[in-house]
Design a protein around this ligand. Structure first.
Ligand SMILES: Cc1ncc(COP(=O)(O)O)c(C=O)c1O
Length: 167
């Protein structure tokens, strides 16, 4: 792939050709010195979609109107809410529908990920992370390590704080 030309005119040209350019108007952009802020944060918290307020209001209204019956009576029934998100999620990650589910929040999913894929063995026991991760990430990593220490200790693989080589 050729390296794109590094000029303002070329950047503007690429913006004009971007098939997603109309999506910009669907977000609320914080103001900085009276102008739209240049907003690069894509992880953690991106820009607020203009539709978020109405979407949240819908759920609050359905909760007020139906109480627990909102699980089945709400406009987007909560019991099967995840099913409405499957097509889009599968497309985003390039998976089949039966391979994805939208659920939980980040920290819980981090636990599920680690409990499935973190397999400390031999010298490969460390988890590398950035210097000051989000506090809940730190607790998740620490509790997964403690969990595995307990498992390995009970299995007789880890003794007295020293890690015996397992094969
Ligand atoms: C990097 C990171 N970790 C963890 C969290 C906490 O997310 P949650 O409350 O969904 O577990 C956030 C939230 O912004 C985050 O940005």
């Amino acid at each position: 792939m050729p390296i794109p030309e590094n000029t303002l005119a070329a950047a503007r040209q690429r913006d004009a050709e971007d098939p997603l350019r109309s999506f910009r108007s669907e977000f609320r952009i914080p103001q900085h010195n009276g102008k739209d802020a240049v907003y690069f944060t894509g992880n953690s918290l991106g820009l607020q979609p203009k539709g978020a307020e109405a979407a949240l209001k819908q759920e609050l209204e359905d909760w007020a109107r139906f109480g627990v019956e909102g699980h089945f009576e709400a406009k987007h029934p909560w019991y099967s809410y995840h099913e409405e998100l499957t097509d889009g999620a599968a497309k985003i990650v390039g998976a089949r529908n039966e391979e994805v589910v939208m659920m939980n929040q980040l920290t819980s999913n981090l636990h599920f990920l680690l409990v499935s894929f973190y397999r400390p063995k031999g010298k490969r026991v460390k988890i590398l992370t950035e210097q000051r991760p989000f506090p809940s990430d730190t607790y998740a990593l620490a509790s997964q390590i403690a969990f595995w220490c307990a498992v390995l200790y009970r299995a007789g693989i880890l003794t007295g704080g020293h890690h015996r080589q397992s094969t």
